[in-house]
Design a protein around this ligand. Structure first.
Ligand code: PLP
Length: 390
């Protein structure tokens, strides 16, 4: 582990050779094992000493998981990546690898609600302070940064989809010696590669677009070898939120179609949001793809957006009349989904704050799946007509 010796260079070789060539199979096998045995005592002690790098136990290194990590690192243009059991596990393990009691985080407002709750419960009890800022207000971000340890970004933010100049914010953080992390689940590495924008660590809920089929819950973080190495050394084994080999295999499978899926989500969503924006029942559509130009660094827009109805539309009736858009949390899969804003606001989880999330009770969040633009639009139009009061 020392003397410039990097175990994961070696692991990469193991994966590249053994996995890609196993039985000449076009799809890699799932190395569904908890442990790996040693040929003899010398083999075992060399591995324990770190003189020989090989998988020992799956809560450390597993070839299928490693293959997913390498694929994602390449997609993000990062030196390395590490997979987790969930997006939340990736978030908590990443932040706790760099932030401790007495430290302060600067976070953009309207965060993913469970990240907001992690910060407001566990982190608060650990004496980790969070300053929330409007990421569009670069002066406010600059004022909040001195003395902070970590800048936590989402662009676009959850629900209201506020976008920021990620490169400008990362540069501000760098000036103050602050580490920058971003949750890149919405854009995926197809539409935004934050490492090239100066961000240190890129987090994904792989449950969303990376998996893409709504059959896996997983997370991943990409960044420099040094920073990923730090997460891998302590948070990964000791907090123990490891990614399972089968889930990693599902992610590898899902990522094969990521570029074409993202293009399909984008195309349908741009068309649907344009029609909604022109619809008399709709007050505001929150979707970066409707702006005249995208913020610097964002190369495309995905399938998740929200919009606010004008008075005179019954959101419950609208939700119940949709046939293709199913009521359901999460997003990023093949299927179209709806979440009504007032349902989220009534969630029992604490802390809960309409201000923190920016959610209007007259809003709904839609995920535009792969069913086809016209069928989805017809579903929406019919449901709006049914939901019009008077
Ligand atoms: C879903 C989601 C998460 C949490 O990921 P899980 O895989 O569900 O733990 C984090 N950030 C964003 C933006 C999400 O949408």
């Amino acid at each position: 582990m020392n003397n410039g010796f990097d175990p994961f260079d070696e692991a990469s070789l193991i994966v590249a050779h053994d996995m890609n060539n196993a039985y000449d199979a076009v799809v890699p096998p799932i190395v569904q094992t908890s442990l790996f045995t040693f040929t003899d005592y010398d083999d075992m002690i060399a591995s324990y000493r770190g003189e020989k790098i090989r998988p020992i136990y799956t809560r450390g290194l597993n070839p299928t998981v490693r293959m997913f990590e390498e694929m994602l690192a390449r997609l993000e243009g990062a030196e390395d990546a590490i997979g987790f059991a969930s997006g939340m596990s990736a978030i908590s393990s990443t932040v706790l690898s760099f932030v401790g009691p007495g430290d302060r985080i600067v976070a953009v407002r309207h965060l993913y609600p469970d990240a907001f709750r992690l910060f407001g419960t566990f982190f608060k009890r650990m004496n980790i302070d969070v300053t929330y800022v409007d990421g569009k207000d670069e002066e406010a971000v600059a004022r909040a940064l001195p003395g902070a340890k970590l800048l936590y970004l989402e662009s676009p933010t959850s629900w209201v989809m506020e976008t920021h100049d990620v490169a400008a914010l990362a540069a501000l953080a760098k000036n103050h010696g602050v580490i920058t992390t971003i949750d890149n689940s919405w854009a995926s590495p197809i539409f935004q590669q934050p490492i090239a924008l100066g961000v240190d660590l890129v987090i994904h809920s792989a449950s969303k677009y990376l998996g893409g089929h709504s059959d896996v819950v997983a997370g991943v973080v990409a960044g420099s070898k040094e920073m990923i190495g730090r997460i891998r050394a302590e948070a990964y084994p000791y907090l123990g939120g490891k990614l399972s080999p089968f889930d990693a295999w599902l992610l590898i499978r899902g990522m094969r179609t990521l570029p074409i899926r993202m293009k399909a989500h984008e195309q349908s969503t741009i068309e649907i949001t344009k029609r909604l924006q022109a619809h008399e029942a709709v007050e505001t559509v929150c979707y970066p793809g409707l702006a005249n130009h995208l913020p610097p660094g964002l190369k495309g827009t995905s399938g998740l957006f929200s919009f606010i109805f004008r008075d005179g539309i019954n959101v419950r009736t609208f939700s119940d009349h949709l046939k293709l858009f199913k009521l359901g949390v999460s997003w990023g899969g093949h299927e179209s989904l709806i979440v009504p804003g007032d349902v989220v606001l009534s969630q029992k989880a604490q802390p809960n704050s309409a201000v923190a999330f920016g959610i209007s009770p007259r809003s709904v969040r839609l995920h535009v799946g792969l069913e086809g633009t016209e069928a989805l639009w017809s579903d929406i139009e019919t449901a709006i007509a049914a939901a019009s009061i008077g």
